[in-house]
Design a protein around this ligand. Sequence first.
Ligand SMILES: *Cc1c(COP(=O)(O)O)cnc(C)c1O
Length: 215
Amino acid sequence: MIIADGITAVGVEAIDMTNIDCLIAGSQKALMLPPGLAILGLSNAAIETIGSGVGYYLNLASEIKKQRQNTTAYTAATTLIIGLLEVLETVEANGGVEKLYEETATRALAVGSALEAIGLHIYPNSPAKSMTTIDDENAAEIRTLLKSDFEVNVAGGQDHLKGKIFRINQMGLISNYEMAWVVNAVELSLAKLGRRSYDGTANKIFNEITFGMSK
Ligand SMILES: *Cc1c(COP(=O)(O)O)cnc(C)c1O
């Protein structure tokens, strides 16, 4: 069985399901919901392998049986499921998943290019479309400034990357004006740190790519 962690991929880009038996997604990333809902996509082979399952509460067989009756095995996080329907309808109303993938890819390119243009370095070499990660000796200061001066909340690093990187989310439905504000705030933070004088380059590059590519 091939089990794939799609938590930062589902809702970000098309996934080739040909060889995947179980694709896992969570409510808290590109699906734009609070945490608490796990979503599994299972192949027929996976369902066969699960058979009558193992154990009691985490027995997928009981869940599959109940889902086939249009209900759940135990009390579900109904608020999140109702929220998920709302999210999917909103995505549909905004042109569907293909449009969402396209906009996410454009956003990834625009944010990455804007930040590189102001001298920042992207980590790793082939970044995911879900986020732009910057490794920088001032990562912690930039993050603090973004929050205190511009009300921009970006993620830091974990474990050995704590304090060494910051991560900008690109997943989900994000307005261009919001992202333009974020890259501009990063540029202003660099100016506040005395790293470079502000000239609006980040916004210029972001806008050129975003609006140059939109049809
Ligand atoms: C976010 C994420 C998870 C889950 O982490 P949480 O801290 O529970 O949100 C798992 N896998 C990947 C690839 C992720 O990006």
